[in-house]
Design a protein around this ligand. Structure first.
Ligand SMILES: [Zn+2]
Length: 221
């Protein structure tokens, strides 16, 4: 599930634009009948471009506005799904468990049952939200700040649970880095600041799995 794209160009020009998905024109844009580009350019003789080669010139102004379109698209998708869920709940009230109607659970053998939602689920949601803003690569400091903020908002108990969920051999940063890569993105060193090299080194140390302890004794300095 990804936001669909539609391309067009003026018959007399080589540059390829995205159709204007924004401003309530998504339907027109996606049906290839648009005469306005995402960047705002008016096309006098619009020609749909069914497929775009990576080597072809895409309008950079259109590219710059893609993120706004993607955010809009995902928001609309989320709202539609929420509405659908509400409709299903209204149709099947017997399936909705509220604190009032919930049946008291039979006494469990163990007091400490596994909670349905883990703290990592929360971290995963937070991460997914962050990644919506990026295509291909997320700046490492944004990832680090997002995970730090998430951790800071937890209660002490939840932070402890999070550490248990992650396991003793990893960290939130390492988990998040692996998660980013699982979603097909990468973490990038693109901070433009004077101490960026040092910070990137620190990031690499934090984000990579620790070296095998048995090698430690053979290490030469
Ligand atoms: Zn354009």
């Amino acid at each position: 599930m990804e936001p669909p794209h539609s391309y067009l160009r003026d018959r007399s020009e080589a540059v390829i634009h995205h159709a204007d998905y924004l401003n309530g024109r998504t339907d027109r844009a996606l049906h290839g009948v648009d005469d306005r580009a995402l960047c705002g350019a008016a096309l006098h003789d619009p020609t749909p471009v069914p497929q775009v080669d990576v080597a072809e010139a895409l309008c950079p102004d259109c590219e710059a506005r893609l993120t706004a379109y993607h955010l809009e698209w995902w928001r609309a998708k989320a709202l539609a799904l929420t509405a659908e869920l509400e409709a299903l709940r209204a149709k099947h009230p017997e399936l909705v468990e509220t604190p009032d109607t919930a049946v008291a659970p039979a006494p469990a053998a163990e007091e400490q049952t596994e909670p349905a939602a883990t703290i990592l689920d929360g971290a995963r949601r937070e991460l997914a939200e962050l990644l919506l803003q990026f295509e291909g690569a997320v700046p490492f400091y944004r990832l680090k700040n997002a995970m730090q903020d998430f951790s800071d908002r937890l209660s002490d108990d939840d932070r402890l649970r999070l550490a248990q969920e992650i396991g003793p051999d990893s960290s939130l940063i390492r988990w998040a880095t692996a998660e980013v890569e699982r979603r097909g993105l990468s973490v990038a060193n693109n901070r433009v600041q004077k101490n960026e090299v040092m910070m990137w080194q620190e990031w690499l140390q934090e984000s990579q799995p620790a070296p095998k302890p048995k090698r430690r004794f053979g290490r030469s300095r």
